[in-house]
Design a protein around this ligand. Sequence first.
Ligand code: FAD
Length: 459
Amino acid sequence: MKKEFDVLVIGAGPGGYTAAIRAAQLGGKVAIIEKQDLGGTCLNKGCIPTKALIASVHTLHCLKKAEEFGIIAKNVKIDFSAIMTRKERIVKRLRTGIKNLLKSYHIEVIKGQAYFVSPSTIKIEDKTLDIKKCIIATGSVISEMLGIKIDGQNIITSNDVIELEQIPSSLLIVGGGVIGLEFACIFQGLGSKVTIAEALSSILSSEDREISKALKSILAKRGMDIKTKTTVKEINLKDGKVEVVLNSGENIEKILVEKVVITIGRKPQINNLGLENAGIFCEDGRIVVNNKMETNIKGIYAIGDVIGGPFLAHKASAEGIVAAENALGRQTLIDYRAIPRCIFTIPEIASVGISEEEARKKGYKVAIGKFPFMVNGKAITTGDTTGFVKVVVDRETNAILGIHILGLQATELITQASLAIRLGCTINELNRIIYPHPTLSEAIWEAAQDVYQKAIDLP
Ligand code: FAD
């Protein structure tokens, strides 16, 4: 007898498994279809493996400056295979966690590739299932670079980097976006000579210009070679290495590296799904949805990377909750007002809302407040005073338009900024919040003070 489900979820990444759980919490009989591993890109090839590697680099940094803290840590060595084993152990542990979670909600996991035969039927290999409600959460795939062949050995992608067996002596990262920069910091931290080639005039081009410029200068001081307005003209294998011809407009330069990592972006996974058989509308390479996450076909929803950027796990999960609630009869609308963006470089960057440039372009009368970690007591005790907090405010309404942080724990600090923006807190209200001392968070309060008066701890 054919099994019947209230909700079929395609893809078990952070979008899909969150949607499945919320649908089950609301009483639905749910199945989730996954062709690879539970956890999707985020757990298996993205957020988690990269953050496990960055944690090892952080530990190395701490050990290198241990003496400053009165700790003697001599003969510090890197065991790269142990770093990779640790990363794999963390991924496996979390994958098991998702498996158990789905089981606890009686969600059936179906292994295989889902394919729409019609708006009301899905095929998974030799099985067919009737659709009552369906949530598409198939994520994204790596964008290819025209004319460059990925060989998985010398010319690689983010999927290959997290499986490397040795630390490359040198690597060129093509693309100075979030993923490229995180890998750049990991491998520079482990001792590789890192070059970045970015076609645009700045790295992290969608972040506040002051923040991305500050990061560039910190990384350059550490010896990273960051070439902006530079494209790859040619790549050739030469004696086991890669010769790359770079074009910066004025200059043509040849460099020889051990590996080239292509991180030019990702695109929604809309192929091999039979979307055309279901009549699901796509535009600009992504599935189009309304603010209930519903596609043009009633009862079929889409969430996460497959509907387009920003490609963030927490955006996918938030959309998953909205889709699941609507599939089970609620009327929930997505709210994109305060999506935090976290970049796990060393130092970290985190932001929410819009940049100063964007605010000016939109015609706001902008007021800015800033505070450096250099004079923050807690930062001084940790020995890391890099970076600053920047607050962007609309002078006419006092609304907080954006908060941008460069520095230690920025990715943890940003949640309070999201909360402030999401709740429509004005700058005057933020100024009146009592912050605990000594904390890194005080830098947010000081930056807020700095918008109209002056930060207390600045001369
Ligand atoms: P995915 O996680 O991609 O999951 C989609 C799933 O669908 C996959 O498991 C796939 O196998 C499955 N699937 C696809 N087609 C079918 C089919 N036809 N049938 C069955 N199953 C199918 N985001 C952050 O927020 N923070 C970070 O720190 C971060 N770091 C990243 C680092 C890297 C190197 C990369 C590559 C990405 C990173 N991301 C990060 C982005 C994040 O991974 C994605 O935004 C997130 O995984 C999107 O979730 P999703 O559920 O939409 O899709």
